[in-house]
Design a protein around this ligand. Structure first.
Ligand code: COA
Length: 258
């Protein structure tokens, strides 16, 4: 199983569980996440959602093998690709989402946090947005939401250079709600989710809607723009060089590309 899904005491827990590949997310895993989030919308037993990995790793982001072999949207309606279904569901979720991030959170592992409500990170968490390093462009409306959240220059540093940054820095720029010792993270996040589950669901729903609805049309448009560019770049030679370099455990050489 690569996504563990359970519902207990009002909380839907979605846990990445593919440790041998650093919880890299395959199309099947995106589909499982999208389906669980879609069902949660109408399931009265779900009052809050908890998204987590393991203490050593949140997720290494999109599975790069999948990117090479089965680029999303290549042979199907683009919006139907599991990754885009997942991004749609998480950005339109009406129930509160708590994220518990420990270890690396790469690419979509960081951009999905922009759609969560409470983001708790361990002091060992390392976030990164290496889209340019991979010959790609941002996704999940991060090119809109990150500059808006943290300011243009700080977003530009994260999105253009793609270097990993600490949980503490993520907290200082507003991307992480609170940083905790790794041993306390998952219990704390669960306790926060339990608090949410005990609150009036309608009040939470309306409060979340009121905070987010103003930006929703922009988020949808940005995701569509990003998705079109992303799909094109995914099959371009720069990305192929980056993915091959990763699996060959060498530095990519972009010098031949203008
Ligand atoms: N897709 C596919 N496989 C991945 C992967 C990914 N995104 N991330 C890690 N793996 C695999 C590795 O290929 C390796 O497989 P192997 O044991 O068969 O050789 C295994 O997971 C362990 O990864 P490794 O790189 O050895 O672990 P690490 O602890 O040294 O580093 C990361 C962890 C997450 C920093 C590193 O794996 C990484 O940078 N991954 C790629 C992240 C990325 O670019 N994601 C896409 C964002 S859009």
């Amino acid at each position: 199983m690569s996504i563990r899904i359970r519902i207990d005491q009002g909380i839907l827990t979605l846990q990445f569980d593919r440790l041998d590949k650093k919880n890299a997310i395959t199309a099947a895993m995106y589909q499982a996440l999208a389906d669980a989030l879609r069902s949660a919308e109408t399931d009265p037993d779900v009052r809050a959602i908890l998204l987590q990995g393991q203490p050593d790793i949140f997720t290494a982001g999109n599975d790069l093998e999948d990117f090479m072999q089965r680029p999303p949207g290549a042979g199907e309606g683009a919006e139907q690709a599991p990754v885009f279904q997942f991004l749609y569901q998480i950005s339109h979720a009406t129930k509160p989402i708590v994220a518990a991030v420990s270890g690396a959170a790469v690419g979509v592992g960081t951009t999905m946090l922009l759609h969560c409500d409470l983001v708790y990170a361990s002091d060992t968490a390392k976030l990164s947005l290496p889209f340019v390093q991979l010959g790609l462009c941002p996704e999940a409306a991060s090119s809109l939401l990150l500059p808006r959240l943290v300011g243009y220059q700080r977003a530009a540093e994260k999105l253009l250079l793609g270097e990993a940054f600490s949980a503490q820095e993520a907290h200082e720029i507003g991307l992480v709600t609170r940083v905790l010792p790794v041993a306390e993270l998952h219990d704390f996040a669960l306790a926060q989710a339990r608090k949410l589950a005990a609150l009036p669901a309608s009040s939470l729903r309306e409060t979340k809607r009121l905070m987010k609805s103003g930006a929703l049309a922009e988020v949808e448009k940005q995701m569509a723009d990003e998705g079109a560019v992303f799909r094109r770049m995914l099959v371009a030679p720069e990305a192929k060089e980056a993915f091959s370099a990763f699996f060959e455990k060498r530095k990519p050489d972009f010098s031949r590309f203008a």
